[in-house]
Design a protein around this ligand. Structure first.
Ligand code: PRX
Length: 625
């Protein structure tokens, strides 16, 4: 895995002086899969010098590249006989045919053999200052116990276990325990409602659910067990619900429920990777659980929110846990920016080496604040682009050169094995630079999705049909004169005003540059003359006292000047906050519906962080009209 660390961590090969393939594969010198063992078998790849050459090789000779990576970074119980059998034109994705491995063994056992005392997880609990650490040895033990428990209760290879838990060590152990015994896991975000949970349980046909009595987040208690009770009423497949205790409050247990015990923990020093994503989202899967553990890193499990109990929470945690790499979402950065620098400056952030961003475009102001204030101007900010379907980071500033220049707000360069192309509206590949188009991938790589569970045709239709022979990401991107990629947003976030296509993110970027603005969201609405009009929601920084009419004029002027007059918002609605998912994505679908006055069509709001935000937005909209 490539952690967005830009340079090194203790468990990553630190010397780039040795410019061979092996030195770039982030191999721990202490692991069994070490550099010395790697070299002779890297036949055909020897002599590749420099990360840029390596990236080039990863695309031009991807089979050899991925075969070498797979053989030397992973432990296989049965070696693969065929590296890949992929055909993007038919949505056929097959990697490492004939090979068998267990991901839990790769994440745990091989590190326990060499360093059982290394800290695997740091659980940053909601209650500030009560963090807990778990070593690889402890995590393996917890995982094995849980695996045995599941087996004893009839869970077998091929079953799908639903995990409805907050981000905590037991949830990680549950994921790994499933992987260990060959069961699939269906991790459902703990913010989902009973209906949304039930739908996912039914889809997975789970007979087993794992949950906790109550969740705790931002000082608020959520009744997770009760939600499961309601959900399973419409899930006839569910036979058993394992219930662990996150708080001391007992819950009503039924004949179906099985109580789980509490666990041992200990504290150790170590390098610390702090990805603050929830495990219910892909970032949590790849960069909280599987990626860090497979690499023998120490990973932080963040249970709380960025502003609980105050807006210094992240940086207080960085100081206390001595976090070296911090990986978060632009939305949280924008939120914190609003509260001012003092919440950051209060804490010692000298352990930080690299700051990562993921999930949506990071606007210039947020990028600069993250770099200048949080990173003291010394930590590189890596804007990493990827998506659930890609499994891991695909475009990021420094995959092929640790000293390369970084342009603010740009994901920039493709990662190893990633071959991005931009398509025009006719489906032709755009070959020149300084151009924008639909972002597609021209060749497969092992981490990409292989299907949609129970609906392979939908997989083909969504990702391979729009541009035959290519994987379609659904995003738009701009390729600069220098060949760097900048993601402009989901293509369905592109609006067409009087025949001009424009990404809503571009307008937001300009609006956010106004010093009074904390964040914004722009959506299109049906306009009788222009086709679509521009509607902007704007959240001001704390303590800003301005006349809204004056500020609206100023914002319109900025957009006209920096983009074009046609892009200037027709409506600007000032709001206290924007409706967001708990993973921090602005729910544009909801904003679009509000703007269209289609309140019936708001749809499932269960992933919203705070449903009251929608009511405020609706009231503000009605006032504006
Ligand atoms: O539109 C892109 C945006 O988030 C989408 C993927 O969302 P999801 O599958 O939930 O995964 C989120 C975590 C990887 C992408 O299609 N996105 C993600 N990272 C960036 C981004 N947009 C701009 N810049 C990014 N760095």
């Amino acid at each position: 895995m490539w952690l967005p660390c830009g340079c090194t961590s203790k468990y990553v090969a630190s010397s780039f002086a040795r410019r061979t393939l092996a030195s770039y594969l982030h191999v721990s010198g202490r692991s069994r899969c070490n550099v010395a063992a790697f070299m002779p078998e890297a036949a055909g790849l020897e002599g590749v010098s420099g990360r840029a050459a390596l990236r080039e090789l990863s695309v031009s000779n991807s089979e050899s590249f991925w075969a070498a990576v797979a053989r030397h970074r992973l432990c296989w119980s049965t070696p693969f006989h065929t590296v890949q059998d992929c055909d993007l034109s038919r949505g056929k994705i097959k990697w490492f045919e004939g090979g068998k491995l267990n991901v839990s063994v790769n994440c745990l056992d091989r590190h326990v053999h060499t360093c059982p005392e290394r800290v695997a997880l740091i659980w940053e609990r909601d209650e500030r200052g009560s963090e807990m650490k778990y070593t690889y040895g402890e995590l393996l033990e917890m995982t094995c116990r849980l695996g045995n428990l599941l087996r004893r209760h009839g869970v077998k290879r091929g079953d799908c276990v639903t995990i409805y838990m907050p981000t905590c060590p037991l949830a990680v152990a549950s994921m790994l325990a499933c992987a260990r015994i060959g069961a699939a896991h269906n991790v459902v975000f703990a913010g989902f409602s009973a209906d949304a949970l039930a739908e996912r349980i039914r889809d997975a046909q789970s007979s087993t659910v794992i949950t906790v009595n109550q969740g705790v987040r931002g000082g608020k208690v959520t009744e997770l067990k009760k939600t499961v009770d309601t959900a399973v009423q419409s899930c006839p497949t569910v036979k058993q619900v394992f219930v662990a205790m996150r708080t001391d409050n007992p819950v009503t247990m039924t004949a179906r429920d099985i109580a789980m015990e509490e666990y041992v923990f200990s504290y150790h020093d170590g390098d610390v990777f702090g990805c603050v994503a929830d495990i219910g989202w892909i970032t949590g899967h790849s960069y909280v659980v599987y990626g860090p553990l497979a690499n023998g890193a120490t990973t932080v499990l963040f249970e709380s929110t960025p502003i609980y109990p105050d807006p210094g929470r992240y940086w207080d945690m960085v100081e206390r846990l001595k976090i070296n790499q911090f990986y978060g979402a632009p939305t949280a950065i924008r939120l914190l920016l609003k509260y001012g620098d003092q919440w950051v400056n209060k804490y010692d952030r000298s352990t930080l080496k690299t700051l990562g961003s993921v999930g949506e475009p990071i606007n210039t102001e947020a990028w600069e604040w993250y770099h200048r204030v949080v990173g003291d101007g010394r930590c590189p900010v890596v804007d990493t682009w990827w998506q659930t379907e890609t499994g891991g980071i695909c475009i990021a500033p420094r995959p092929s050169d640790p000293d390369a220049e970084i342009v603010p707000g740009m994901a920039m360069r493709p990662f190893f094995g990633i071959n991005p192309v931009l398509m025009d509206t006719e489906g032709e590949v755009l070959t020149s630079n300084n151009t924008s188009g639909a972002l597609c991938m021209a060749q497969p790589w092992p981490g990409m999705a292989r299907t949609i569970h129970n609906d392979h045709q939908r997989f083909i239709d969504t990702y391979f049909q729009p541009y035959p022979g290519y994987f379609f990401t659904g995003d738009g991107a701009y390729r600069s004169e220098e060949g760097y990629y900048q993601i402009t947003g989901r293509l369905d976030d592109v609006i067409n005003v009087s025949g001009h296509r424009i990404g809503t993110a571009e307008i937001e970027d300009v609006v956010n540059q106004c010093p009074a603005v904390a964040e914004s969201a722009v959506v299109g609405y049906t306009h009788s003359i222009k086709g679509q009009g521009v509607y902007a929601f704007v959240v001001l920084k704390k303590g800003i006292d301005v006349q809204e009419a004056d500020l609206s004029r100023q914002l319109n002027g900025m957009v006209s000047e920096k983009i074009a007059k046609y892009a200037s918002p027709d409506f600007i609605q000032f709001a206290k906050r924007l409706p967001k998912t708990r993973s921090g994505k602005i729910m544009r679908r909801v904003l679009r519906k509000v703007v269209e006055s289609d309140l019936e069509g708001l749809g499932d709001l269960s992933t919203l962080d705070d449903p009251a935000a929608v009511q405020e937005i609706i009231q503000g909209h009605e006032k504006l009209l």
